[in-house]
Design a protein around this ligand. Structure first.
Ligand code: URA
Length: 231
């Protein structure tokens, strides 16, 4: 990466500001002053601007255990945002790989790698999302059969899970490969019941760690990422 791009990205300056800073003040690269914006740098280099070392980050991949009451948007008017929970210098560059409703909990993937995010959410990639659902009314065999055959859920949209299973009187497991707006809630409503609690526990073959408490997050390894997208 060029030095001006590095200073702009990790110092949070515009590209023109970063060129001006480098040309005027000079920036220290591995302890040596340089005023050449096209110098090539990588993550092992130490870049200091006005006495401030820039902390470089490249692609980051995160699993968050989303707590209830947080929205997956940056819009402050909608309430507390999941991005507030990621207190790191790369937080502003993250996007979520699919959303969870404000009242839903569980596994949320975040990354600054747009291609990866696209793979997580693209219906064509058929990445499974597993939900644990608690219902308002006792679940019937008929509801499970209706959901497993697929239902129209409004707006002329048809949803058919890849797996449905009753766990007990008030709980079921639903696995989807798409991520339509309120898809699980609309599916359960179309069968005649109502979701009162929704928790996502798996994406692809990656399961939310039981050690991750609500509101906590962890960086994903390359192996974890492969479990999510299968590639
Ligand atoms: N389906 C829903 O209804 N809500 C979610 O948050 C995720 C899937």
């Amino acid at each position: 990466m060029r030095l001006d791009a590095f200073v702009s990205r990790f110092g949070r300056f515009s590209r023109s500001e970063s060129r001006r800073i480098i040309r005027n003040n000079g920036v220290s690269l591995n302890g040596v002053l340089t005023n050449n914006p096209s110098e090539v740098v990588d993550e092992t280099d130490t870049v200091i601007v006005d006495g401030r070392p820039l902390e470089a980050f490249w692609n980051v991949y995160i699993a968050l255990n989303k707590p209830e009451g947080y929205v997956c948007s940056r819009e402050r008017s909608e309430g507390r945002s999941v991005f507030e929970l990621i207190d790191a210098n790369f937080s502003a560059d993250l996007s979520t790989g699919g959303r969870l409703d404000k009242d839903a909990t569980g596994l949320l993937i975040l990354s600054n790698d747009g291609k990866f995010i696209h793979e997580v959410i693209s219906p064509r990639k058929l990445v499974e999302k597993e939900y644990l659902v608690e219902t308002a009314k006792e679940i019937t065999k008929k509801e499970i059969s209706m959901i497993s055959q697929g239902l129209f859920i409004g707006n002329n949209e048809f949803s058919k899970p890849t797996h449905v299973e009753q766990i007990d009187h008030f709980h079921m497991r639903i696995v989807l490969t798409e991520g339509r707006y309120h898809e699980v809630k609309r599916l359960v409503s179309a069968s005649g019941n109502k979701v009162i609690q929704l928790h996502r526990r798996r994406i692809g073959s990656y399961c939310l760690s039981e050690e991750l408490r609500p509101g906590d997050w962890q960086l994903l390894s390359e192996n974890d990422r492969k479990k999510i997208t299968g590639t």
